[in-house]
Design a binder for this molecule. Structure first.
Ligand SMILES: Nc1ncnc2c1ncn2[C@@H]1O[C@H](COP(=O)(O)OP(=O)(O)O)[C@@H](O)[C@H]1O
Ligand SMILES: [Mg+2]
Length: 377
């Protein structure tokens, strides 16, 4: 699409393509009047293109709507703004969870908008808040917890004893076992409360330290044959998060990547970090959008996710593995949700990427989440 003025309306072929798209696309001009709307946008706004062109978007959406906010932000900042998981609705339109992308278009302050139905992660979160699903998971977790916690206590005790007798070189390994046993115990306890949303203390966490730990665990166990690569932004500021939860999150993604390449030669997992200043997420019910500038990606060069699984990948009990439980990604979605973040997945043969967007730790910001998971029941 040409960025030159004065033709916000695309040519005839492009119009046919845009009208065939299921995604609403609009170009908004002066006074927030749409200059162009595709067929999906007409449907989304329940009005004809001719009508829309004569009316400001403000007649359809309240002034404090995240869509209007995104347009305003693009005009002020001159760059693309993405708002994930915002609720769009008004007295005229049904409320729907969507992702919005707003980009500068042309030279005279026009804005190109695309609106996507919300990604699977939020759907997952909603499904999890659904009682039946939560009960299923917590019921299973209660059984597992009983079977796991006792043996774990034994493993930890044995590792502590070993730590005292092994040579200096192996001490870190014994310590790793003890720490991991603690982490699993913590996880099992959280699994028992899978269905509940419990805020826990979040602090500034160095995401590179988290990824280093994940790599260390992977290399010592399930990913010993796999090459780890890093594509880091070394100046990345700390994430607002919970260290152990984040280790769990990226461990689950890494484990899946390694599983997908089990028995392969040349399997690679790349951890990437970057700062995306345009990323925004508005929590439903609140008008202020929290930034999600920290992007962490886990990419593998494995065979990819089966196409039929892709839309339901974050659902509990979805697995393609003979001994899989299908809980890894459900937990990923849950942890990301508890961090107020977003997770997305794209997959093709030779390149499967999970993209996690997380909030920035600003000094003094603990978002009144001072309650630790371990307290209370
Ligand atoms: N990186 C990946 N490459 C290929 N398939 C994947 C990848 N990550 C997840 N999957 C698919 O998603 C399914 C669900 O993953 P998960 O929820 O962790 O459960 P489990 O690992 O127990 O099967 C896996 O069984 C697999 O089919
Ligand atoms: Mg898994």
């Amino acid at each position: 699409m040409s960025r030159a003025k004065p033709a916000p309306s695309p040519g005839a072929d492009a119009t046919a393509i845009l009208d065939a798209l299921a995604v609403p696309v609009l170009v908004v001009g002066e006074g927030d009047c749409p200059l162009y709307v595709n067929a999906a946008a007409e449907q989304f706004l329940s009005s004809s293109a001719a009508y829309l062109r004569r009316h400001s978007l403000e007649e359809f959406l309240p002034e404090d709507s995240p869509l209007m906010g995104a347009i305003e932000q693009v005009r002020r900042g001159g760059r693309t703004v993405t708002a994930y998981g915002v609720e769009l609705g008004s007295h005229r339109l049904p409320t729907r969870p969507v992702d919005i992308q707003a980009a500068p278009f042309g030279e005279s302050g026009d804005v190109l908008l695309t609106i996507q139905e919300r990604t699977i992660a939020l759907a997952m979160d909603r499904r999890l808040s659904n009682r039946a699903a939560a009960r299923t998971v917590s019921g299973l977790a209660a059984v597992l917890a009983h079977e796991i916690k006792n043996p774990l206590a034994g493993i930890k005790g044995a590792a502590q004893l070993l730590g005292k007798t092994v040579g200096e070189a192996d001490e870190p390994l014994a310590a790793l076992i003890t720490e991991e046993a603690d982490r699993i115990t913590g996880l099992v306890e959280r699994m028992e409360r899978f269905g509940e949303v419990k805020p826990y203390a979040r602090t500034g966490v160095n995401i590179h330290a988290v990824l280093e730990r994940v790599k260390q665990i992977g290399a010592a166990s399930f990913a010993s044959e796999i090459e780890f690569l890093e594509d880091y932004d070394p100046s990345l500021p700390p994430v607002l998060g919970h260290h152990d939860e984040l280790v769990q999150l990226f461990l689950n993604l890494t484990k899946n990547a390694a599983d997908a390449m089990d028995g392969w030669i040349g399997g690679k997992i790349t951890f990437g970090t970057s700062f995306q200043s345009g990323m925004k997420l508005s929590v439903p019910g609140s008008m202020t959008g929290a930034g999600l500038p920290i992007e962490v990606t886990v990419t593998d060069n494995g065979p990819g996710i089966p196409e039929d699984l892709l839309p339901i990948i974050f659902d509990p009990f979805v697995t393609s593995k003979r001994k899989g439980q299908g809980l890894g990604l459900a937990l990923v979605a849950k942890i990301v949700g508890e961090h107020g973040g977003v997770v997305e997945c794209s997959s093709a043969s030779g390149c499967t990427r999970f993209r996690v967007m997380l909030p920035l730790a600003v000094e003094g910001a603990n978002e009144n989440n001072n309650k630790d998971l371990s307290d209370g029941g």
